[in-house]
Design a protein around this ligand. Structure first.
Ligand code: MG
Length: 382
């Protein structure tokens, strides 16, 4: 099969550092296509459909969920990867997996679970994404998890504290050495930001939580909004909103591609190791556009994520997670039979810590609606 010639600084399709458990190479796919396919087929990926991005899943069918968000991230990531001639399959795999470890109820859920786990090693969604693909998914007879390539796992692990990095072997090394991941991983990271900034404008306007006047404080929004209403005099609100968002994405992605091309050229990268050792991100917007992008991000944080209606949901989410955690810890028989048996068998010294991790894994894997129904079920039993 003829493969597109990739740039020297891309992760080569046939040059992976490999998988933890050795496997024969795939017949018709690259190793990274295989990773992407394994991600799409896993249960954690399917559950993203019913997990909150900003809005709780049952608030309306039109809003983004973690699944549609991940697909948008991957679409933006692939455009950038192809334009820079780096590995599109790897970029896609990282993008699709980047949010697998999210708890129900978005960031509020993660904060609550982290708080519950503060005496047991904490909870971090990014590490949890890795834990899902490395350990928690049970799909293969010969190994735990999905046994993904080093490069996909490297991309999934966006942040990591030095303490956690020490426990992660070769994957944690870059956080200790202050190295960067591949360009493909850097693309996935920024594609995530571009996707949520823009789709949150769309969802926020649709939900009437944002107003045009407020968004016009952002240069990025205002410029594109003015252009659109000048060009078309009688657009519906819906057409206007979509056209503005489309233009904002095009502008930022275009700027990012051109600016990154220049940076990559400046660094004269010989291979992917040179990318890792460069110690600075090479996938970057120009200063000028980065400021516009960050201004919009700030406005969204203040006006949307802190909006009273969103905060009300946040409060309820925290209460739900906390209640579930305490109930399962106190009475593990509320868990599934399988998990209950696993906890009963466990008699090591670290008993409480291991029990807490099993509970946290279980809660983190829940969809919004399952968490709510568990909350109700357990509440009814008391
Ligand atoms: Mg994301």
């Amino acid at each position: 099969m003829a493969l597109r010639e990739l740039a020297v600084f891309a992760v080569p399709s046939t040059g992976s550092k490999g998988r933890v458990y050795k496997e024969d190479p795939p017949d018709y796919r690259t190793e990274f296509q295989r990773d992407r396919d394994r991600i799409i087929h896993c249960s954690a990926f399917r559950r993203l459909e019913y997990k909150t991005q900003v809005f709780v899943n049952h608030e309306g069918d039109m809003f983004r969920t973690r699944l549609t968000h991940s697909i948008e991230v991957s679409q933006i990531g692939r455009t950038i990867a192809r334009a820079l001639n780096v590995n599109e399959d790897l970029t896609e795999a990282i993008c699709l997996a980047h949010d697998l470890g999210h708890t129900p109820f978005g960031h509020a859920g993660q904060d609550a679970l982290n708080n519950c786990m503060k005496n047991f090693g904490g909870f971090e969604h990014n590490l949890q994404s890795l834990r899902i693909v490395d350990v928690l998914e049970e799909r293969y007879p010969n190994f735990p998890g999905l046994n993904l390539t080093y490069e996909t796992r490297e991309g999934i692990l966006k942040h990591c504290s030095k303490n956690n990095a020490l426990e992660l072997g070769d994957l944690g090394e870059r956080f200790i050495k202050n190295h960067k991941p591949s360009l493909e991983a850097q693309i996935a990271n920024i594609a995530d930001e571009i996707a949520y900034n823009n789709h949150d404008v769309d969802d926020g306007l649709r939900a009437n939580l944002l107003e045009i006047n407020l968004l016009n404080q952002s240069e990025l929004f205002e410029e594109n909004f003015k252009e659109v209403i000048k060009k078309w005099k009688s657009l519906s609100e819906r057409q206007m909103r979509h056209e503005v968002v489309r233009r904002m994405i095009n502008y930022i992605v275009g700027d990012l591609i051109e600016n990154s091309k220049e940076l990559i050229e400046e660094f004269n990268l010989k291979d992917v190791n040179a990318v890792r050792e460069s110690r600075q991100s090479l996938i970057k917007m120009s200063k000028f556009s980065e400021k516009k992008h960050n201004d919009l991000k700030r406005i969204l944080r203040k006006e949307l994520y802190e909006h009273e209606q969103v905060r009300r949901m946040t409060k309820q989410a925290k209460k739900t997670i906390q209640h579930l955690f305490n109930a399962y810890m106190k009475n593990p028989s509320f868990l599934t039979n399988e998990l209950y048996t696993k906890i009963k068998k466990n008699t090591k010294n670290k008993y409480e810590k291991e029990k807490a991790r099993i509970v946290a894994d279980y809660i983190a894997g829940m969809t919004d609606r399952f968490a709510l129904s568990e909350y109700k079920r357990i509440g009814d039993k008391k």
